[in-house]
Design a binder for this molecule. Structure first.
Ligand code: SIN
Length: 297
């Protein structure tokens, strides 16, 4: 790879890279591609197609700057700015720092990001198309990220659950687990009025259609989905619990074991994810960009 020599804005004509399927239900790794250079249209089209087909691609060995990470992410759409501005990478509000590191008594990033299964920013009217998470510092032990395939979850839904979700809509709220996370750790500040105004709850279909592939996927998660519209509270809770349990069956899940300089790009319309956590004394830091998507239908 010629990352070290690629300057910002360089276009490396049709790079010689390999897309290799990972073991498991979904996911692929991309070897030999330099995201530090601007991809030509042909390479970009290959990456885009791989992302759609595999739902998650791992670009190995990306020694790129935050600027290059942002520039590459922007080719897929508008970037979302996370409501917790406290954890923006200084100078780069498009990047959310995900980290358990405390420096000078202050957290450098959001230490409990991904503690519950979720699809990024599903609590907005326009949830995320996909996210790109770039490893900066990895712990010697733990720190994996788990992903679950929500197309597979929909395709394998038992008949009674498929009937129960037909035509249903569910409420998504940023605050669903916020109070609990405030109790469990020190990462979640009190939200200002301005921040609260940015995270008003929204309603989305329980089953969405992927706008590019046309495939159906379950679109609920324990992290942000609070109730199903039109059902009594107890029925809504029981149905959500059954959907959450079904979504994360082992056969739907890929566990990403991070390698240095990995950049993982997943499709939030197809997958939910979870940070498995690591021993608190081991440093972990990653940078995340999040691309805005369409209104689910
Ligand atoms: C996230 O949910 O975006 C963070 C995932 C991780 O830290 O593994």
């Amino acid at each position: 790879m010629s990352t070290a020599t690629a300057l910002r804005g360089d276009v490396l004509a049709s790079q010689d890279f390999v897309i290799r399927k990972l073991d498991g239900a979904f996911g692929a790794e991309i070897l030999g591609l330099d995201l530090g250079a601007t991809l030509d249209d042909e390479d970009f089209a290959r990456v885009h197609a791989a992302h759609l087909e595999h739902h998650l691609v791992v670009f190995r060995d990306q020694r790129i700057t935050p600027r290059q990470h942002i520039d590459f992410s922007r080719r897929f759409g508008k970037l979302m700015i996370h409501v917790l501005h406290q954890y923006h990478l200084p100078g780069h509000p498009e990047i959310l720092t995900v980290s358990n590191i405390i420096e000078d008594g202050k957290p450098v990033g959001l230490g409990d990001a991904g503690k519950y299964w979720h699809s990024d920013i599903s609590y907005k009217a326009l949830p995320s198309l996909g996210s790109l998470l770039h490893a900066q510092e990895l712990p010697a032990e733990g720190g994996d990220t788990l992903f679950a395939d929500m197309h597979l979850a929909y395709d394998t839904l038992p008949a009674h659950l498929r009937k129960a979700v037909d035509g249903k809509r569910a409420v998504h709220s940023y605050l669903a687990k916020y109070g609990q996370m405030q109790k469990d750790g020190n990462w979640r500040p009190q939200l200002s009025e301005q921040q609260l105004a940015q995270v008003q709850e929204v309603v989305h279909p329980v089953v969405r259609t992927h706008p590019e592939s046309g495939r159906k996927a379950l679109f609920v998660s324990e992290g942000f989905t609070t109730r199903i519209e039109g059902l009594p509270e107890d029925e809504s809770a029981a149905l959500l619990e059954a959907l959450f349990a079904h979504s994360i069956k082992p056969e739907h899940v890929y566990r990403h074991r991070w390698q240095p300089h990995d950049l993982v790009f997943w499709d939030n319309r197809s997958l939910i994810h979870l940070a498995a956590g690591c021993p608190p004394h081991l440093r972990r830091k990653l940078y995340r960009t999040t691309i805005e998507g369409d209104a689910p239908y």
